[in-house]
Design a protein around this ligand. Structure first.
Ligand code: F6R
Length: 605
């Protein structure tokens, strides 16, 4: 989705804006641009394509110290130089960068055109620039507030006025905006990751707030004009997460970072004395945990699939009925919200609109929601108010890998904690604690054997369609494995519960359709081997991710992961599938870190 960066201070602004745009590249975009205030006018550079294309038209040096920049993901108007942001008013003084959609843009545009305003782009954003310019008699922040009161829709935006370069004005309704605080300099961004290494702390704007950001501080007002107080959060995190180092792709780097990510997810949360986990952020007393009758997990895409595994863990370990559901569908079916159900929202970015809307639906009906979130201080984390941070570090590749694994580990911790206040014995708890502690080294061992996965990847790469099958927790792994392959190789991969195969999809099994079986050595092994036999009888090639010692007769290629405890095996079985998807996509020459049509965080409906 689109990205915003803005800077006001004493340093030359252009390199800072370009660096910020590079940090935001991972979100997915189709054009980029900057506007810098210099001597009362805006110097504007915009290009369709990547930031490197924009850089090719930028002057080596530009004197300004105030500016805004944007990466655009087209909604209104095709990707083009003209439709790229920033958008200006007729005088070229006011510059606007905007994430989101102005729903009444057509109506506002007609009115402006009737007053003689000439539009140069097809975007909804340009309307904002003209509306703001229509009130030169007031301060910039007043003009922005007045303009936004006319607007319906969603926005995160930043505005500058070359004639009054003492402030950048930022506003939020639906689209995330953070204000970064530095030493004698301030930043604005749609994502705190753009500011790492520069800002010391950040303040997150809430919906309906407008900020006047000056080099020496900032003031926040509501759209109606009431002043609000913001607290700032220290901007922790490692800017190195944004550097590919020697890796060809962030995805491969992040697959390799999983041992460290899992260590951080576990850090300080293993309670050996009572053989349990301790997740302080969930703020649930033992008594409240006992009162939970049901758990409902909400997330989108990979977050939903990690939540599916989470539901399985909670049901198995804590014996509480648990179920995961796509957050994107939840609010459309007027869901029943129950007092004794614990709702859990899962999100890497913490900014996914559909997940946020699901949380708001639960809260509106009086339900309580915990967040399982990677991005500290993100909208979803703040909306939930309590939960579990993954601490997996920044995930830059569009597709999620390390955060899937860390989410699964966070759910294992939660299931353990809920289980230990219920029927789980201390012995069971201790068994799981030691299995959790072993995961990082086991994951590192799998990643080190990536070359062994080449036969599986090569067989999949030859096909147009593939099935991924698994039972119980293995089905969550199959769903995630198929999604990874789809997203980065553009190959059609479909996940099915293995037991459903004979209820329809078996008709499609042929020599051209490989089936990848998630085949743990558990009490469902015999059933899974029967499914393999059914596929083989129809001439279908079978590939398997399995455990050492499992006899895989008739299987074309297989890979064995080390055993964990049966409840946690799924976490390890998923890792080879990330590497398989990576290898297939690499073989096909795909744009692995920024697959076509996809964005890292989907902040629109
Ligand atoms: C899959 C992927 C997406 C996200 C989904 C939710 O690789 O990246 O399916 O998992 O858009 O994103 P978050 O977790 O940020 O809410």
């Amino acid at each position: 989705m689109c990205g915003i960066v803005g800077y006001i201070g004493t340093r030359p602004v252009l390199p800072l804006l370009v660096e910020g745009l590079r940090r935001l590249e991972y979100r997915g975009y189709d054009s980029a641009g900057v506007a810098i205030a210099i001597d009362g006018v805006l110097a504007v550079y915009k290009r369709k394509g990547k930031v490197r294309e924009l850089e090719s038209v930028l002057p080596v040096e530009v004197p300004g110290t105030v500016g805004i920049a944007h990466t655009r993901w087209a909604t209104h108007g095709a990707p083009s130089d003209l439709n790229a942001h920033p958008h200006l008013d007729a005088t070229g003084r006011i510059g606007v960068v905007h994430n989101g959609i102005i729903e009444n843009a057509a109506e506002l545009k007609r009115k402006l055109q009737a007053d003689g305003v000439v539009f140069v782009s097809e975007t909804d954003t340009e309307v904002l620039a003209h509306l703001i310019a229509g009130r030169p008699e007031t301060s910039l922040v007043e003009a922005v507030r007045a303009a936004l009161r006319l607007v319906k829709g969603a926005y995160g935006l930043a505005v500058i006025d070359a004639a009054r370069p003492e402030a950048i004005v930022a506003a939020r309704k639906g689209g995330p905006v953070v204000i970064g605080v530095g030493d004698g300099e301030m930043f604005v961004a749609s994502d705190a990751s753009a500011l790492m290494g520069h800002a010391r702390s950040v303040a997150h704007l809430d919906d309906g707030e407008v900020a006047e950001v000056r080099a020496d501080g900032f003031t926040v007002l509501t759209l109606e004009g009431a002043e609000t107080t913001k607290t700032t959060l220290e901007l922790s995190g490692d800017a190195a997460g944004f550097d590919k180092g020697d890796y060809a792709h962030f995805m491969r780097k992040e697959i390799g970072e999983q041992p460290e990510a899992v260590r951080r997810t576990l850090l300080g949360r293993l309670d050996h004395r009572f053989s349990t986990a301790h997740l302080g952020g969930i703020e649930l007393a033992a008594r409240e945990m006992l009162d939970i009758r049901r758990v409902k997990i909400l997330g989108c895409g990979s977050a939903y699939y990690a939540g599916t595994l989470g539901a399985h863990l909670i049901e198995q370990l804590a014996r509480i009925p648990a179920h995961a559901e796509p957050a994107s569908e939840f609010r459309y079916r007027n869901p029943v919200i129950e007092q004794d159900t614990l709702y859990i929202a899962v999100s890497q970015s913490g900014e996914t609109f559909d997940t946020l809307a699901a949380i708001q639906e639960v809260k509106r009906k009086g339900g309580r929601v915990l967040g399982v979130v990677n991005s500290v201080g993100s909208t979803i984390a703040r909306e939930c108010g309590r939960g579990v941070y993954l601490h997996a570090g920044p995930e830059v590749a569009v597709v999620s890998t390390k955060t899937w694994t860390s989410t699964a580990v966070a759910f294992a911790l939660l299931a353990l904690q809920l289980g230990r206040v219920r029927d789980m014995s201390a012995g069971q708890g201790a068994r799981l604690l030691s299995a959790l502690s072993a995961l990082p080294d086991q994951i590192a061992g799998i990643v080190a054997r990536e070359a062994e996965l080449a036969p599986i990847a090569a067989r999949l790469a030859k096909a147009e369609h593939a099935y991924f099958l698994g039972r119980a927790a293995g089905y969550a792994v199959a769903m995630e494995g198929a999604l990874k392959l789809k997203e980065i190789s553009y190959m059609h991969a479909e996940a099915y519960p293995a037991s459903e195969l004979k209820h329809g999809p078996l008709a499609l099994i042929s020599a051209e359709t490989p089936t990848l079986m998630v085949l743990p050595d558990d009490d469902l092994l015999a059933k899974n081997l029967s499914t393999i036999a059914e596929v083989r009888t129809r001439g279908g090639p079978v590939l398997a991710i399995t455990h050492p010692g499992v006899v895989t007769e008739g299987v074309e290629a297989s890979f064995a992961v080390p055993r964990s405890e049966p409840e946690l095996d799924a976490i390890l079985l998923n890792v080879p599938l990330q590497l398989v998807a990576y290898q297939v996509a690499q073989g096909l020459g795909r744009d692995i870190d920024q697959p076509r049509n996809l964005a890292k965080s989907v902040t629109v409906e």
